[in-house]
Design a protein around this ligand. Structure first.
Ligand SMILES: Nc1nc2c(ncn2[C@@H]2O[C@H](COP(=O)(O)OP(=O)(O)OP(=O)(O)O)[C@@H](O)[C@H]2O)c(=O)[nH]1
Ligand SMILES: [K+]
Ligand SMILES: [Mg+2]
Length: 426
């Protein structure tokens, strides 16, 4: 696989002003030469006439050459900046297909090679994937911080401290039996310190609410006015409203940007015991959505509210005469008059802000956090071990967790999942 020379059209869908075709691998330079007659010096651009095997002119293109290991993939590579017409791109790609030892790249294969050749670690590859998918300014900034090695550098620093601690523990093993030498309170303290530092990182806002949107779930008993509230928030008749209890069956997700923060507002089936099979499925889904919600909007009696870390208790239909008295700790809203809606948006935005990483801060994704949990746990173990053999073992486990985080200990399934997120040509 790694011996192959790969190529792909790496820029946007033709027709476009320019189309970039990348070639990477041991035969990349030979392929570039075959097309362009000759290649410019490394890292310099030059115009070349691209010709196929029979000498027919395909296009005039700007050609760049990169020499291993100083290239994005770490391999010899060539970039062709052609005219961006569909036929131009097809002609150049088919000329490349016809060359010996060359094949079309899989999606994400260039980045995968960059990773395999140590140009980037797994956290930076994740950052690149996020960057390509980024749609908002804050998503772009967070992705860039990751792609630029923000987390890689932090992990390298942690690994260095771990190595020092490991070396101390290993040294102490030589003195086992000698109480004074083996029991090292300073080592235990340093392990606990590092564990605390990792735990502080784990307590910070995570990447998912920023990437996938903050999950705001509207729940409550049937006919509480959940769907009406959603329509009032988004300002259009997005979901079905009727006076029939049990109108909403399956959940409905409504994307929403509130103050630039991406959110997913979810309407759910009214929670009640039911013999209707379909409704029962809807109720079950509603319950698990409530559990997974970042923010819960609860329209119902307070004592019936599900346990949730960030509930906003609402008193709906506040315009109705018999609903004029709202309980003290709830916010009165009316989908009909619009009363309370601006205040509700205010509350949602404030709760969401606490869930989102600070500007430019590194936010851990689920995968990274899981390995950090392991590392912190292993360090806690090491801190509590008086026996240096066990302490050394804990420290080794912590280092292994970091190796999994950066991809140094390789896990094919993780790699496959990540690199399949990339588009063709990346
Ligand atoms: N007066 C008044 N009526 C409302 C308000 N919100 C909802 N309603 C009415 O209450 C009834 C139920 O509203 P829905 O929005 O369908 O309630 P729901 O909670 O989604 O109901 P299910 O999906 O069946 O669980 C409808 O007849 C709405 O017109 C409100 O703020 N004021
Ligand atoms: K209803
Ligand atoms: Mg409804």
């Amino acid at each position: 696989m790694a011996g192959d020379t790969i190529f792909a059209h790496s820029s946007g869908r033709p027709p476009a002003a320019i189309a970039i075709i990348r070639i990477s691998g041991p035969r990349a330079h030979a392929a570039g030469q075959a097309l362009g007659g000759s290649l410019p010096a490394a890292r310099e651009a030059a115009v070349r006439e691209l010709r196929d095997g029979s000498g027919a002119l395909l296009d005039r293109a700007l050609v760049l050459r990169f020499d291993a290991p100083a290239s994005a993939t770490g391999e010899d590579s060539v970039e062709l900046h052609c005219h961006g017409g569909r036929a131009v791109v097809d002609a150049v790609l088919s000329a490349l297909t016809g060359m010996d030892g060359l094949r079309a790249a899989e999606p994400g294969e260039f980045t995968r090679r960059a990773f395999a050749n140590g140009r980037i670690d797994l956290t930076e590859a994740e950052g690149l994937a996020d960057l390509i998918e980024a749609e908002t300014e804050s998503q772009r900034k967070a992705a860039l911080a990751l792609a630029e090695g923000g987390l890689r550098r932090q992990i390298a620093q942690w690994q260095e401290r771990l190595l020092t601690l490991s070396a101390e523990a290993e040294r102490a093993i030589d003195y086992v039996g000698d109480e004074e030498e083996t029991e090292d309170p300073a080592r235990a303290l340093a392990c606990a310190d590092l564990a605390r530092e990792l735990e502080a990182w784990l307590a910070r806002p995570r990447a998912e609410p920023l990437k996938d949107g903050v999950r705001v779930v509207v729940a409550g008993p049937p006919n509480a006015g959940k769907s009406s509230l959603i329509n009032a928030i988004v300002g259009s008749d997005r979901v079905i409203v009727s006076d029939v209890a049990g109108t909403t069956r399956d959940y409905v997700e409504v994307p929403l940007a509130l103050r630039g923060v991406p959110m997913v507002l979810t309407d759910t089936a009214g929670l009640r015991a039911t013999v209707d099979q379909v409704e029962a499925i809807g109720v079950e889904r509603a319950e698990s959505l409530v559990e997974a919600a970042d923010i819960l909007l609860w329209l119902g009696a307070h004592d019936a509210a599900p346990r949730h870390p960030r509930p906003i208790l609402l008193h709906s239909k506040a315009d109705m005469p018999d609903r004029s008295l709202a309980p003290a700790d709830s916010l009165a809203v009316s989908a009909v008059s619009g009363a309370g809606i601006p205040a509700l948006l205010e509350r949602i935005a404030a709760a969401a802000a606490a869930l989102l990483p600070a500007e430019d801060a590194i936010a851990l994704n689920r995968r990274q956090a899981a390995h950090l949990v392991d590392a912190a746990g292993a360090l806690r173990d090491a801190a509590s071990c008086r026996d240096p053999v066990l302490a050394a073992e804990g420290l080794r486990a912590a280092r292994a967790a970091f190796d999994r985080m950066t991809g140094r200990a390789d896990f094919e399934d993780v790699l496959d999942a990540l690199f399949s997120r990339f588009c063709l040509g990346k």
